[in-house]
Every structure is written in structure tokens, then in C-alpha cells.
Design a protein around this ligand. Sequence first.
Ligand code: FES
Length: 119
Amino acid sequence: MPTITLDNGSSIEAPQGKRLVLALEDGGVDMLHRCGGYAKCTTCRVSFSSGEPNEMTAAERDRLAEGGLYGQVRLSCQILCDHDMQLATINHLNGSAYDSAGTRPQDKITPEPQWTTRR
Ligand code: FES
């Protein structure tokens, strides 16, 4: 099982292939995922210290580029847990203006992923 280590020192054992946003939420992080995991809102963003995946969905690449975020953060709804990672979560329900985290993302990556490699 991949280990997701958070920059606050805690860690989560994630089932192989689980969506990162769900691994974090199910691991007790009050993640925002306002668009339901469709690479539209960027509220699920994370910042990697190590283990940043080289693979990136086209939806993530395009959304990050639109928002001027490419190269700074990644979208946890577009990442699968297939190796150890260390990261910081950024947006949380607690302290936000939202009354819910958003619809729970599906188990599989949405939209249907078209895999690219990050530059
Ligand atoms: S971009 Fe909206 S949940 Fe990931």
C-alpha cells in the first residue's frame, strides 16, 4: 500500500490505485472537492514535497494552466495512489466559506482520463 505522508507529519496508508482525493478524505483530512472530482474547481489542490507523479491527466493540465497554477500545485482528484508521496493539503472545509466539501468524487478518475506527462 502506498504511504501518503502529510507535511504535518501524519500519514495515511492508501489502497493501491485509490484516487488521492478520496484517500485523503477517508484518511481524515477535511478536503474540499467542490466540483465532485471533475478537474474544474481546483479546491482539491495539493502541494508535493516528494513523489509528485509524472503522469497528469489532460483535464488537470488544462485546468491548472487556465488558472495560472501549472507547476505550483496538483489536483488530488486527478491522481491515483500508486507510490509513496509526501504532500501538503491546501484548502479545507474548516475555515472555508463553504457549507460542504462538495459531492463525493467517484471511485474512478473523472472525466475519463487522457494521460499525459508533466513538463
Ligand atoms: S478540481 Fe474540483 S475536486 Fe478536484
